[in-house]
Ligand binder design. Structure first.
Ligand SMILES: [Fe+2]
Length: 474
């Protein structure tokens, strides 16, 4: 009985194997597409990036063709003469094989399965979204180890050192430095390693910070030598930066741990001594990259007032930073983020500085590229800029476009802060009506000084030379 059933089933399997392969291939492709679109950044990737838009359309078509071919084969094959049947069989097997092989491999690659772990990374001081008792944010010391370890950190002022011990061995390490005094020098030491130092910002309206974006470690054509030179300039005590912001696209493929390793290795020269915030860019969040960003750049245990790992408010006295999750266009600007942003803008006193930062731009010059207009983005402009104007946002700093630009619209100043190592964009084809100053083909970053009611914005190149300065008053 069982033998007969087995023989009948194996006969059906043998006869219809090409159809079964095609149907399973279409299921594999469909599973990959469903997984990809369940991820944070894929909707924007499909919407904005013409190449990936075409690839996903091809995958939708492949699902339909493979599944339909499989069904047609089951019906048609027994009715065909031997030669057409053989040709149909060969054609279907050739078409089905990529559907069986490629989706698991692409899934493993874009899920980071081939990239290993981040390994050992040097210390980074991360600005948390929680304020201490003295009007400035708490700071988290983070680093990674290739093997699970339990570490001890001694930190504090020279006269008041404190020791923190990790209770459990792990590969990701977070130590919180809370209730910091403004304008005060602190040191920290991990186990018996060398001692690092940092100085906290003041809370009385004087603040000096650097903003970079689009470093693109791992791209191949990125200039990591220029990134290193700019990081050295930012790290130099002579230049006196209090805080540092990286507005995304730190890495080319966010799902590749070795690129995060390279980035943190390089950035530590500045970020081990200057409290820093890494915002999320569209390249960082590619496929499973969002998980690596959350694990390495914004771990949950650094304290999260906004209940989000993707958008944050930082208060430094009367200076307020609202860091948004704007990646490709407005796809990542969720209703939850919108409600949070409006609540923060309402909450901040009218006379205080309000500075919005994030990866994606609003007003910008640029060019059409791969089916999308990389200039004055109507989606972010229509959804967000009315809020900026209504609540008196002073300054909006973005990346995404790889050029440097100053713009003003309806009383709000916009800055595109340039490529910090990523390949610079070509000359703009479209000039934004809001544009005041524009520079392409340049690596650089933004240097902002706030003092009382004055804000000085300096666009610097990779040799720390000033390219342009704009001063705004509140
Ligand atoms: Fe970029």
């Amino acid at each position: 009985m069982w033998n007969r059933t087995f023989l009948v089933l194996s006969g059906i399997m043998k006869k219809f194997l090409p159809a079964i392969m095609a149907i399973i291939g279409s299921v594999f492709i469909a599973a990959f597409v469903i997984w990809a679109f369940s991820l944070h950044g894929t909707k924007g990737l499909f919407h904005v990036n013409g190449q990936f838009h075409a690839i996903f359309i091809l995958l939708f078509v492949s699902i339909a063709i493979l599944s339909a071919s499989g069904v047609v084969y089951i019906w048609l094959s027994p009715r065909l003469k031997p030669l057409p049947d053989r040709l149909f069989t060969i054609a279907l097997v050739i078409c089905a094989l990529p559907g069986l092989i490629a989706p698991p491999l692409v899934y493993a690659y874009t899920n980071g399965s081939f990239s290993g772990s981040i390994g050992d990374t040097p210390p980074q001081l991360i600005i948390t979204a929680d304020n201490g008792a003295f009007g400035i944010p708490n700071i988290a010391l983070t680093f990674n180890s290739s093997q699970p370890t339990a570490n001890t950190v001694v930190w504090g002022t020279p006269y008041n050192p404190t020791s923190i011990n990790e209770e459990k061995a792990s590969c990701r390490h977070v130590f919180l430095f809370c209730d910091l005094q403004p304008s005060t020098g602190y040191t920290y030491r991990i186990n018996d390693d060398a001692s690092y130092s940092f100085t906290t910002p003041s809370a009385d309206g004087m603040l000096h910070f650097a903003v970079c974006s689009d470093t693109h470690f791992g791209a191949g054509n990125n200039r990591s030598d220029l990134t290193a030179a700019m990081l050295q300039a930012i790290a130099s005590p002579a230049n006196g930066f209090d805080l540092f912001f990286s507005l995304g696209d730190l890495v080319e493929y966010g799902f590749n741990a070795s690129q995060w390793h390279e980035a943190f290795d390089a950035f530590s020269v500045a970020t081990s001594g200057i409290p820093t915030l890494f915002a999320l860019g569209n390249h960082d969040s590619l496929f499973a990259g969002i998980n690596m960003y959350k694990d390495y750049a914004r771990p949950t245990d650094i304290g999260l007032s906004s209940n989000s790992q993707l958008w944050y408010r930082l208060d430094v006295g009367k200076i307020h930073f609202l860091v948004l999750d704007i990646e490709w266009s407005a796809e990542s600007y969720t209703p939850a983020q919108a409600a949070w942003l409006e609540a923060q803008l309402k909450d901040i006193p009218a006379g205080d500085w309000k500075i919005v930062m994030g990866h994606g731009f609003y007003y910008s010059s640029g060019s059409a590229h791969e089916g999308w207009n990389w200039f004055d983005n109507p989606e972010t402009i229509n959804i967000l800029t009315p809020l900026f104007e209504e609540y008196g946002v002073d300054l909006v700093i973005s990346g995404h476009n790889h050029h440097m630009e100053l713009l003003q619209h309806a009383g709000v100043t916009y800055v595109i802060c340039g490529a910090f190592g990523g390949w610079p964009d070509q000359m703009r084809d479209c000039t934004s009506p809001a544009s005041l100053w524009y520079q392409h083909g340049q690596y650089g970053f933004v240097d902002v000084s706030l003092s009382g009611n004055q804000c000085s914005i300096i666009l610097r190149d990779s040799t720390y030379q000033s390219l342009e300065t704009l001063t705004i008053e509140k």
